[in-house]
Structure formats: structure tokens, C-alpha cells
Design a protein around this ligand. Structure first.
Ligand code: GLN
Length: 506
């Protein structure tokens, strides 16, 4: 039986820890116990860092006992970290065999900021290899299971982070979102996931998938917890040349404002091109119900058109593989992890080829090949160059939509969580998961997914996506918090507590 402590939100835990009603060590231990109890069924974690987590928690307790102020509003609250961030005290595999055995020599900025904030890191979470995928089935270490129904996927690539929240193994997690890898898993697991504005959170020490799209962000069970974590990890970093030199938007204040439940005066744009025909009935009805709820909160709904969004997915699948083929060239069997020698006297090239063949999975190889082709001379302009032009058109669609609306809304995904095995052999079906999330990555603006409710026929979580202009996180969190408060009030409590899959009742 796991401790009641695992049911609390991060904000509630922080309050108890800082008031010294409960110690950070007890809270961390409760989550480690929960992991020991359920992770065999979930497989959210690739590595559990029991000792470093307890040591970090003990340091928080010692500082508080000494009369020191908490290092951050989340000091002492443990977290699950996607295995794509470097950590000196734990392995970093990115879900790939090619990094088997590698120990990073430095901490990512996100890791360092978590440590400085007194947040114990419980472990590293499972992910699709190098963040390519929408189900976590492309992890070299086996899939993660969705706690709502363990025969289903938790989404991807950050399925481990989202599942750890839904299984109450961690109150907070970190993900990365290149095309939807924070938002789609959030939607599949009934949790909150935020993709900050590109450049809002440092990419230093985040192993690159597609550098012009990758963005780290907070994952949590409530909007307030996500906002608190966003504030810890966000902000300028001189170690990342694309980091924005501006303060983190006031997301905690905006969340508190939103929770009071009034959205009057706010214009919410409904994107005509996202949703409707071809979307699962549960998603469609959940989205329509969410729109009614936003209207009841006083928001004005306006229809906006973003005609180039339909080209976002094909353009993304040229830009992403191009950047992947370049970024993953660094895994050359010489510097990191795995090294496979086909023969004792094999040449460097032969070792490189054998290592990459053994170390990379099919999806990664597929994208390296696609990207190498798209960037080759004679094709560059026709493919990569064309895709970059589409990117500009998508950005313009957003700009004109934001002239008419403060934030935009859409479904997060076309379907609810699908069964393990259903799409893994059909790349196109897998890629279509990110139809609604990719536009925000292409333009670099902020977006998040918040639980909208449970599908009528599937009984599975449905997500509402809220998109905001670059550095427009404050209105985005405000809308999310108002929506969350209204939904909880109408449904008699948080959605996540109506878990119907994994046995979580205490
Ligand atoms: N599912 C998308 C892909 O496979 C997005 C991945 C991500 O956001 N890292 O590329």
C-alpha cells in the first residue's frame, strides 16, 4: 500500500515540507516505494537514483532544520527526469543502445537548475529513442505502459515522464517537445504538459534531436505545479546560444489569477483546420465540451483560420530528419557508449558502421536516411529549402490568428491512447499523432495540453491544447488554470483521481 503522500500535488507537498510537517526524505522515500511497487507494470523509469535522490532530500531537510529559507518554492519535492538530459550521477541513454554505458561528464542546465532548487531527482524516464516517436515503443529498453490501461501506450516520446505522473510515482517530471513529445503524452495520460516558447528553457545538456525545434518543459498533474516547475527551469542561459534573454513570463501569478475562474475579456481562437472530420468521436466531443466550458467562463470564442497548418506535418518530416541526420552523426563509436568491432583488425569506418547498425533502432535509421537524402546536393532546395518556406507560412498564420485572439485552442491529438503494437509498424499512422502539436514547434511559440475529461466511449483521457504567442505563457496558463478549476468543480475533483486502469486507490 503506497503512502498518501504520493497522492498530493507538488504545491501541497512543498507546503508541508517547508512547514516541516513532513520531511523531504519521507516524501522522496514514499515515491521511491511507489516506484518499487508499480513500475514493473508501468516501466516509466530506465534508471532509479535512490541514493542521490535521498541525499538531495536530506540536504533540503538539513537546510530547513538550520532555519534557512527553502531554495525554491519546490524545494524537497521529487521529480522524474526524461533520459535525454545529462546527469553526472546517473546514466543518460536517450532510450538508445548506442549510449549504453555512457556516463555524462556534466549536468544539463535543466538538471543543474533542479539541483539548485533543491528538487531530488528520482530517476531517468523512458522515451522513444532520441525522442523520435509517439508511443515510447521505440525505446531500445522496451515500452512504457499507460497507467490508465496498461495494454495501451502512454504516448511519446516522453511517455515515461507522463506515465510516472499518472501512476503517482512522481509529482513532477520534465519532458522535451520537438513535435509534441510533452503535449501528446500529457493528453494520453490525463496530465498537464507544457512546451514553453522556443528558447525559454535552456537546451544545454539536452541531447539534440532537432535543434531548431527541441524545447524542454514541465510535466505535472496540475497547472499550478507545472507553472512552479516552469519558473525553476526557465530563463536565460548563456550556455545556450538560442536561449532568450528575457525573464520567465509570470506563469505562477497567471495561474493563480486563472484559478479564480473568470476569463471575461479574453478572446480564444478556435483553429478551423484542427479537429472535426477524421478525429476520434471522443476527442471531438471532449473538445466541443471544453469550448462550451471556456465560454461559460466568460471567454469570447472566435473562429480563426490557419490554412498552412495542413503542410506542417510534411514539412516537419523534412526538417526534423535533416537536423537528426546531422546531430546523430556524433555517435561515431569513438566518443560515447557502445562500440562494436566486426573484426579485430576492422578499420575505423567499419567500427563506425557496425556500431551505428547495432546501436540505432529502425525509426532512428529511417530518419537518418530521410534526412541525409533531403540534404543531399540537388535535393536540398526542393526538400529542405521548401520546408523552411512552409515554416515561415505557418509562423504568419499564427501571427494573423493572434491578431484576433489572445490564445488559440485545438484538440491535442486526433485520438485517445491506442493499443501497444497498433501503430508501431506503420510510421505514417504514428506520425499523424502529432498533427495538432507540430505547428507550435514549427513557429516556436508556446503551447500546452491540459486534461479536458474522459472520452465517453473509450473512458480514456482527452486533452485540450492551448497555444499562445512567443513568450505569451501568462495568458496560456491563465486559461488552463481557469479551465482546470471549472472542470474539477463540475466533475467533483481532479480527473487524474478517477484512474480506471492501474490500481492506485489507497
Ligand atoms: N512524435 C514526434 C516525432 O516522432 C515528436 C517527437 C518529439 O516531440 N520529440 O518526431
Amino acid at each position: 500500500m503506497s503512502s498518501e503522500l504520493t497522492r498530493l500535488t507538488a504545491a501541497e507537498l512543498a507546503e508541508k515540507i517547508h512547514a516541516r510537517e513532513v520531511s523531504a526524505v519521507e516524501v522522496t522515500q514514499a515515491h521511491l516505494d511507489r516506484i518499487a511497487e508499480v513500475d514493473r507494470a508501468v516501466h516509466a523509469f530506465l534508471h532509479v537514483g535512490t541514493e542521490p535522490a535521498l541525499a538531495a532530500a536530506a540536504a533540503v531537510d538539513a537546510a530547513l532544520a538550520n532555519g534557512e529559507a527553502p531554495a525554491s518554492p519546490l524545494a524537497g519535492v521529487p521529480l522524474a527526469l526524461k533520459d535525454v538530459f545529462t546527469t553526472v550521477d546517473m546514466p543518460t541513454t536517450c532510450g538508445s543502445r548506442i549510449l549504453d554505458g555512457w556516463r555524462p561528464p556534466y549536468d544539463a542546465t535543466v538538471t543543474a537548475r533542479l539541483r539548485a532548487a533543491g528538487i531530488p531527482i528520482l530517476g531517468k524516464t523512458n522515451m522513444d529513442e532520441f525522442a523520435m516517436g509517439s508511443s515510447t515503443e521505440h525505446s531500445a529498453w522496451g515500452p512504457t505502459h499507460n497507467p490508465w490501461d496498461t495494454e495501451r501506450v502512454p504516448g511519446g516520446s516522453g511517455g515515461g515522464s507522463a506515465a510516472s505522473l499518472a501512476a503517482f510515482e512522481a509529482p513532477l517530471a520534465i519532458g522535451t517537445d520537438t513535435g509534441g513529445s510533452i503535449r501528446q503524452p500529457a493528453s494520453f495520460t490525463g496530465t498537464v504538459g507544457v512546451k514553453p516558447t522556443y528558447g525559454g528553457v535552456s537546451r544545454y545538456g539536452l541531447v539534440a534531436c532537432a535543434s531548431s525545434l527541441d524545447q524542454a518543459g514541465p510535466c505535472a498533474r496540475t497547472v499550478l505545479d507545472a507553472a512552479l516547475l516552469h519558473t525553476v527551469i526557465g530563463g536565460h542561459d548563456r550556455l545556450d546560444s538560442t536561449s532568450i534573454d528575457a525573464p520567465v513570463p509570470p506563469v505562477v501569478e497567471a495561474t493563480r489569477l486563472g484559478a479564480s475562474g473568470d476569463l471575461s475579456g479574453l478572446r480564444i481562437g478556435v483553429v478551423r483546420e484542427l479537429g472535426g472530420e477524421g478525429y476520434q468521436a471522443d476527442v471531438e466531443s471532449g473538445f466541443r465540451a471544453a469550448l462550451r466550458r471556456l465560454e461559460e467562463l466568460g471567454a469570447e470564442l472566435v473562429e480563426v483560420s490557419c490554412p498552412h497548418f495542413e503542410y506542417a506535418l510534411p514539412a516537419y518530416y523534412l526538417i526534423l530528419p535533416s537536423e537528426v541526420s546531422s546531430n546523430l552523426a556524433r555517435f561515431d563509436a569513438m566518443r560515447y557508449g557502445l562500440r562494436t568491432a566486426p573484426a579485430p583488425d576492422a578499420s575505423a569506418e567499419e567500427v563506425m558502421a557496425a556500431t551505428r547498425d547495432a546501436g540505432f533502432g529502425d525509426e532512428v535509421k529511417r530518419r537518418i536516411m530521410l534526412g541525409t537524402y533531403a540534404l543531399s546536393s540537388g535535393y536540398y532546395d526542393a526538400y529542405y529549402g521548401q520546408a523552411q518556406k512552409v515554416r515561415t507560412l505557418i509562423r504568419r498564420d499564427f501571427t494573423s490568428a493572434f491578431e484576433r485572439a489572445d490564445v488559440l485552442v485545438a484538440p491535442t491529438t486526433p485520438t485517445t491512447a491506442f493499443r501497444i503494437g497498433d501503430k508501431v509498424d506503420d510510421p505514417l499512422a504514428m506520425y499523424l499523432n502529432d498533427l495538432c502539436t507540430i505547428p507550435a514547434n514549427m513557429a516556436g511559440n508556446a503551447a500546452m495540453s491540459v486534461p479536458a475529461g474522459l472520452g465517453e466511449s473509450s473512458g480514456l483521457p482527452v486533452g485540450l491544447q492551448i497555444m499562445a504567442p512567443a513568450l505569451g505563457e501568462a495568458p496560456m496558463y491563465r486559461v488552463a488554470a481557469a479551465f482546470e478549476a471549472a472542470r474539477d468543480a463540475a466533475e467533483g475533483g481532479p480527473l487524474i483521481h478517477r484512474m480506471n486502469g492501474l490500481e492506485v486507490s489507497l
